[in-house]
Design a binder for this molecule. Sequence first.
Ligand SMILES: O=C(O)c1ccccc1N[C@@H]1O[C@H](COP(=O)(O)O)[C@@H](O)[C@H]1O
Length: 217
Amino acid sequence: MNKPIIKFCGVQSLNDLKVVCHSLADYIGFIFAESKRKVDPLLVAEWLKEVDTTKKVVAVFVNPIDEEIENVLKHVPVDVIQFHGNETIDQIRRIGHSFDGQLWKALHHHDKTIDEMEHYHSVIDGFVIDSRTKGQWGGTGVRFDWDAVPKYIDLTNRLKKLCLIAGGVNEKNISELLSLHPQGIDLSSGIEKDQKKSSEKVNKIEERVLQYVNISR
Ligand SMILES: O=C(O)c1ccccc1N[C@@H]1O[C@H](COP(=O)(O)O)[C@@H](O)[C@H]1O
């Protein structure tokens, strides 16, 4: 079994960035939306100059106006835009016309998520499936009912899209999630200690990922 795609999200400092850059992550994410993890694009640009990394950079937005995205793209070398709110197909398509990278749509798990995936798939490259939590768009540390994961995997395989499972993934439950063979996993709270990215937690996550890769070979 190949290593699942790993995204470590919610980088809030140069130190956080160093932690996630010294990891097996394929993608590292920054939050440019209202959140305790919101970062300034100018600072992110400075931090990125301090590290030598080939990791792909994900910019997370929640219902942004186009100018907010343009401002981030002006300063930060973004590979992926992740829309984590109620963005419309028209907005995503419009942004896609002037952006070279990938577009991901985060959707919250509920009984109509499959319909939403069908709705958005023509304008995006990948999905992030997160848990639905009242009053917060993401980064909650709360998982959803993973019995639904196989149907998300089946649909994204059929649509030939990327699919990352997010929401409350941590060192204690990641092996359970990996046993469902997700294409990708996306963690923020699960690699934090005292609101900072923790190398110790990253190592524990990676041990479990490598165990999964070796066992399923
Ligand atoms: O992390 C945040 O603060 C955040 C704020 C607004 C939208 C999305 C946010 N993060 C996304 O949430 C999931 C991971 O969450 P967690 O592991 O449960 O903490 C991931 O997709 C982040 O990009």
